[in-house]
Structures are given as structure tokens and as C-alpha cells.
Ligand binder design. Structure first.
Ligand code: 9MJ
Length: 675
């Protein structure tokens, strides 16, 4: 009997088992190698469960290459040794375009002619692994080790879902391929969170954590780590026509079901190589895994063979390395910044240190719990990381540098700016100052939020001018912005008649923005851009929102008790009602335009906007999409219909490319939304 109750004889069971394995292998290939699944996770699980049930009923049908057998073995005593048939090479580094040029001219001199064609591959920062397939079945996986001999990590590598246990078809009888095993940034953070919770030292980077995960004697531990493996070369192949180009070889690997990097690219000449290397340096943040450079390979395999290697480094490839994004330095102190809603945000005051060409003095520390969890103490030597434009982060302490003189951090019990007591609302990680508008820091931050781009978008008032306005007594709350006049404004430092006029024009322009912007600008706790839109759409006017009962707010789709109560409390505090009145009296619009009933050509489509557009603000573009019936979300998924890309796009562009989602530049976007 099977789980489903049907009686099957062994022959039938065997047939079905084979069919299921083929289907599961195929869907694994679609999912991992092609990033293009054809069935849902649920449907996949169903196939998998059916196979498990049949194998349980007929243990004699279990084979080592069955997809159910990824975690078969128990812990080992030690790793065996694997001799590499062909040495596993590492790579020489280039740290500048000049060094790339020097590498190329050496290769050209040795060959006696120019090279046509290069392949660029993101340089994955993980652990190099060799995979051996016999008759299409994974038989051995090994680390690089010293290049000639590595460690046998077969049981661990079998747990990696992007490594096929069986190749699809057309493979040679004996095949050895190489690749890099790594963790995504998200998986790395997850593992570190777990380690911190269990009181274990955190890994400094995804590379260490991938290596640590693979060099586990117990494959059950590896199986719980979401490792990935991307292949990039063939070490040894018996009984097949060797491809002529590296690019062809990568395609061949993919056809056999191995995962290759969709971002690999072909380049014609060295000028193009250099240009791409530099542009990838800016895109590294946008990937969901760490890369520490770009591997440049000569495409022609005959030329590769002719060039050979020096020591363990091939002459036909080089790693163009990005500047490191991490450094260690001393944590001098922990400062506190009080945010617009009163949150006390600790930040690190560092011994200045240069990271990727920029001197860092301050870094983010999240919250009190995070500091305690990572056991970061004042005086510690800490690891800091700077990634692109985001604020540098303190990753954690370097425990080996502890002297015992370090001081654990304690959150103050009163606000360091206004002296009001602080509270820790239940269920929140943040500690908040209770000073409200009497706290100068809260007031200043709230004003900055009010004028910010996603709120009232009052251009020309930045941090400095706002500080001046407050100091000069011209602005106490956001309502005062609408009472500003030219003369006193002109008196301020670095302000002339023209700048004053521009600021006033920008303030005037903000009056006609829709209600959703005003709601966001007010800085109600838990009400951001998206929630403000929900409220504006549902209630249509400030008047209706003010009249809504707490129940009505809570019952609004997407709101709920926590946010609903926060909104209700805000709208029923006298000071806030006065402010809203003051804004309305000044002529600030308090209505949301109705969504047009008419033509909705974008109905049913989901959009993501990333980067800076030239003629549209991101919000403006989003509003246009919504007016035409589309919806706008923050993250790219399989359900995204279009991604609009401006200058300096973030990780969303890479994600969209990976998922094959249509990408529109500003021109193409305009064609779709401007009739
Ligand atoms: C990495 N780490 O991503 C090579 N690598 O090629 C790529 N490493 C390599 N190729 C020859 N993409 C030796 C190492």
C-alpha cells in the first residue's frame, strides 16, 4: 500500500519512482540553474512527498542519487583526501585598470597576437569547490585545498540544492567541474542572528560563514545552511569534444543542469573589460550575494592552454579586485541621536578609519538589543563595513583584541537632549523620549521629515537651513513654514534674494500635494508612505479621518490595532489638531483626488521604480502608475510586471535581470504612461 492507499506492485512503484525523480530533477534545474520555476513550491513539495512515501514503502528502490538522499550520511570523524586530476588554480589579482592592462599586455606578448574576446564573471567570495560526476552522477565534491589535494566534502555538498545530484543529459562519462559555494547576504545575516542568539561568535562575512558551513563534519549542520553553488569551469572531461571558447563551456555546464552566473558577460576588447569592471564595482551592492571583484578570462580556450599558468595562477585569467569594504578600528564612544518620533538611536563614534577610500568616523549601531546581542562594548576594536551609499555599520567586536577595560553600553533613562524620561513601549526594540515637541531634537527631526522628498518635498530646505530657521525663531512647527516671508529669510546666512524666493516657491508648491503626502509628513508613529496612501484612499479627506472612530481606523484594510490606535491617538491630541488646522488655514490641501473611474490601461500590473529618474520624482511616477490602475511595490518578485530604472539603480535592477522582468528606462516608461 502507498500513503494514498493505492496498491502497487514493485514494478509499478519503480516506474513511478523513476518518473518522480525525473520530474523533481527537472524542476530543481528550472528553479536553481535557470531561476525560472514552472511549478509552485507547494506542487514541488507534493512530488517530493510522493517520492518519499514510495521510497519508505519500498526501501529497496532508494538510490544514492535520489533527490530524497541529499542528507544521507551521519557525522564523519575526519575529511578524506581528494587528489585533483587537474590542479585547481587560484587567481592573480589586479587592483587597478593599469594592472589589468599590464596583465593583458603580458598575455599578448606571450601569444604573439591580440586576444579576441574576454569573459567577465562576478568574483564570488566563497569557497572553491570541485564536483566530479561519473555517468552523470555526483560522486565526489572537494575543496581546493593546496590546489593538488583537497578535502572530501561530498556529504556536505550533496545538501546544496543548486548542485544537481544527476546531470540532465548529453554529459561525458567522467566530468569534473569547478565552482564557488557561497551564502547570500540574507542567509548570512540569518545565520549570524541565530549564532548571536545562541551566544556563539558571529561570522565576519558570508565567505567565512560559507567555509565554516561546508567544513562541518556533520552534514546535517550544512543542510540547515542555505548554501548556493555556481560553477565556472570544467577541470577534467573524458570522452567529449572540448568546447573552443570559455563562454561555450559555460553554456554547456548550464545545459547539463549546473548553475552558472546569469550575470556572466562577454566583452570584445580590453577597453570594454575595464569599463565593465568599473561599472560592476558600483553595482556590487545591488546583488544579494557578496562579490569581491570581477574575474576576467580570455575566452579562447586554445589561447588559455598556450598561456598555461605560473605556480597556481593561470596566465589566462585575473581577478580585478574591488577595494575592501571592511576595516577594524576602535569604538571610542556610543552617542545617541533622538529621532523625530522620539526614538533614541545609538551610533558608534569611531577612531577614524579609511574604508574603500572614505574616512569613517561614525557608524550605525541599530538599537540597544542589537548592541547587547553582539556584545559591543565601548573601547572594543570593532569590525566596520561600508557598503555603497548606506551608512557604515558596526558588524561586531573583535573579541581577541579585548583587554578587559571595555565598558558595556547602557541606554540612558532620560533623553540626552531634553532630559525627559524615556520609555520602552511594549513589543518595540526602540526606547523613546517622552518630551514630544518640547524636545528640540524631536522637533528638528520632525521638521526635516516634513520637508523631505517623500513627504512635502520642499526643496531648498536642508539640514543647515532648517537649523538656521529654528535658531532664528522663524520656525517652531511645520505650520510656521507656510508663514515664512522673504525679508527675514534673506537675512539668514548664505541666503540671498533668489534663494529665498526659490524656497518660498517650493513651499507654495507643496500646498497642492495630495492628502497622502500630508499624512506621511505629519510623522504619525507607524504611518509611512504606504500607510499614508492607504488612509488617504480610504478616507479621502482629513475631515473624514478626524471624524473616524478608533474601530473604524482599526478595521480599515491593512491598518490593524497597533497602527489604528497610534493614528487615533495622534488625531485626537489637541496639539496635533491645532497643527492640522494651522496647515489647512495656510492653504495646504487636505483632500485626496479620487482615482479616475475611466480608462485604466495599467490595471492588473505591478511596478517597481528604482534609481533616480530625470523628469519624474519617484513618487510622481508612482502616482501616475496608480492613476492608470497599476500598483507600485518596493521589491522585485516574480509577480512584478515592469521595473522602471533611473540613474544609480539599487539591487532591484539586478534582481529584475535575474528574474527576466521587463526593464524600462525613463523614455520607455513615459511612452507607456503619457498617452
Ligand atoms: C569566482 N571566485 O567567482 C574563478 N571565480 O577561475 C570565478 N573563480 C576561477 N572563476 C579560475 N568566477 C580559477 C578561479
Amino acid at each position: 500500500m502507498t500513503e494514498t492507499g493505492a496498491v502497487v506492485d514493485l514494478g509499478q512503484a519503480q516506474e513511478r519512482v523513476q518518473e518522480l525523480r525525473q520530474q523533481i530533477d527537472y524542476h530543481n534545474y528550472r528553479y536553481h540553474a535557470l531561476d525560472s520555476p514552472e511549478i509552485s513550491d507547494g506542487e514541488y513539495d507534493q512530488l517530493f512527498q510522493e517520492l518519499l512515501a514510495l521510497e519508505n514503502a519500498h526501501p529497496e528502490l532508494v538510490t544514492p542519487d535520489s533527490p530524497t538522499q541529499r542528507v544521507g550520511a551521519g557525522p564523519q570523524a575526519a575529511f578524506g583526501v581528494v587528489e585533483h586530476r587537474v590542479p585547481m588554480l587560484s587567481l592573480a589579482n589586479a587592483f587597478s585598470p593599469d594592472q589589468l592592462k599590464a596583465w593583458y599586455s603580458r598575455a599578448r606578448n606571450l601569444l604573439g597576437h591580440d586576444v579576441e574576446g574576454f569573459v567577465l564573471e562576478p568574483k564570488l567570495d566563497g569557497l572553491a569547490v570541485s564536483l566530479t560526476y561519473e555517468d552523470g552522477r555526483l560522486v565526489v565534491a572537494a575543496t581546493r585545498g593546496n590546489g593538488a589535494q583537497g578535502e572530501d566534502i561530498t556529504a556536505n555538498v550533496r545538501t546544496i540544492r543548486s548542485v544537481p545530484l544527476r546531470l540532465t543529459s548529453g554529459y561525458p562519462p567522467l566530468l569534473e567541474v569547478r565552482g564557488e559555494a557561497f551564502l547570500t547576504k540574507q542567509a548570512f545575516e540569518y545565520i549570524n542572528d541565530e549564532r548571536a542568539r545562541e551566544g556563539q561568535p558571529v561570522f565576519a562575512n558570508p565567505r567565512n560563514s560559507a567555509a565554516g558551513s561546508l567544513r562541518q563534519l556533520d552534514p546535517n549542520v550544512t543542510a540547515r545552511r542555505p548554501l548556493e553553488l555556481i560553477t565556472y569551469s570544467m577541470g577534467y572531461a573524458e570522452g567529449m569534444r572540448r568546447p573552443r571558447r570559455h563562454w561555450e563551456m559555460l553554456e554547456q555546464l548550464r545545459e547539463w543542469g549546473l548553475k552558472t552566473n546569469p550575470l556572466n558577460a562577454q566583452c570584445g576588447d580590453l577597453a570594454e573589460v575595464i569599463e565593465r569592471c568599473l561599472s560592476w564595482e558600483h553595482q556590487r551592492e545591488s546583488l544579494d550575494y557578496d562579490i569581491d571583484g570581477v574575474v576576467v578570462k580570455i575566452d579562447d580556450l586554445a589561447a588559455q592552454e598556450e598561456l598555461g599558468s605560473v605556480g597556481r595562477e593561470p596566465r589566462w585569467a585575473i581577478a580585478y579586485k574591488f577595494p575592501p569594504t571592511q576595516a577594524t578600528t576602535v569604538l571610542r564612544n556610543i552617542g545617541i541621536n533622538v529621532g523625530r518620533t522620539g526614538s533614541l538611536n545609538p551610533f558608534a563614534v569611531l577612531e577614524p578609519v579609511k574604508v574603500a577610500g572614505v574616512t569613517i568616523k561614525l557608524a550605525s549601531l541599530h538599537n540597544e538589543e542589537d548592541i547587547a546581542r553582539k556584545d559591543i562594548r565601548i573601547g572594543d576594536t570593532v569590525l566596520v563595513q561600508r557598503a555603497g551609499e548606506v551608512i557604515p555599520q558596526v558588524i561586531g567586536p573583535v573579541l581577541s583584541k579585548r583587554t578587559g577595560a571595555e565598558i558595556p553600553f547602557k541606554m540612558p533613562t532620560v533623553c540626552p537632549v531634553c532630559g525627559a524620561p524615556v520609555v520602552k513601549p511594549e513589543g518595540e526594540a526602540m526606547v523613546r523620549c517622552t518630551g514630544g515637541v518640547t524636545c528640540p531634537s524631536q522637533r528638528y527631526e520632525a521638521l526635516l521629515h516634513f520637508v523631505s522628498r517623500s513627504a512635502m518635498d520642499i526643496q531648498g530646505i536642508g539640514e543647515k537651513l532648517m537649523a538656521e530657521l529654528v535658531r532664528a525663531g522663524l520656525v517652531f512647527d511645520s505650520g510656521d513654514l507656510y508663514r515664512l516671508i522673504k525679508e527675514p529669510l534673506m537675512e539668514l546666512e548664505r541666503m540671498g534674494a533668489k534663494s529665498a524666493e526659490n524656497v518660498l516657491a517650493s513651499i507654495e508648491g507643496s500646498k497642492s500635494l495630495p492628502l497622502s503626502r500630508v499624512l506621511n509628513a505629519l510623522g504619525i508613529i507607524h504611518v509611512g508612505e504606504r500607510m499614508a496612501e492607504i488612509l488617504a484612499q480610504c478616507f479621502g479627506s482629513m475631515e473624514r479621518l478626524l471624524a473616524a472612530s478608533q474601530e473604524e481606523l482599526i478595521d480599515t484594510d491593512g491598518v490593524g490595532p497597533k497602527i489604528g490606535s497610534s493614528i487615533y491617538e495622534f488625531l485626537h491630541t489637541e496639539r496635533n489638531i491645532d497643527l492640522i488646522r494651522k496647515l489647512a488655514d495656510a492653504g495646504v490641501n487636505m483632500m485626496e483626488a479620487e482615482r479616475p473611474e475611466g480608462e485604466q490601461p495599467l490595471a492588473g500590473t505591478t511596478w517597481v521604480i528604482t534609481g533616480t529618474l530625470g523628469r519624474w520624482s519617484r513618487l510622481g511616477a508612482g502616482e501616475r502608475i496608480k492613476a492608470l490602475g497599476g500598483s507600485v511595490t518596493d521589491s522585485v518578485s516574480k509577480k512584478t510586471s515592469y521595473v522602471v530604472v533611473g540613474a544609480d539603480p539599487g539591487s532591484k535592477l539586478a534582481r529584475a535581470q535575474q528574474l527576466g522582468i521587463p526593464i524600462l528606462d525613463e523614455g520607455a516608461f513615459e511612452q507607456m504612461v503619457v498617452g
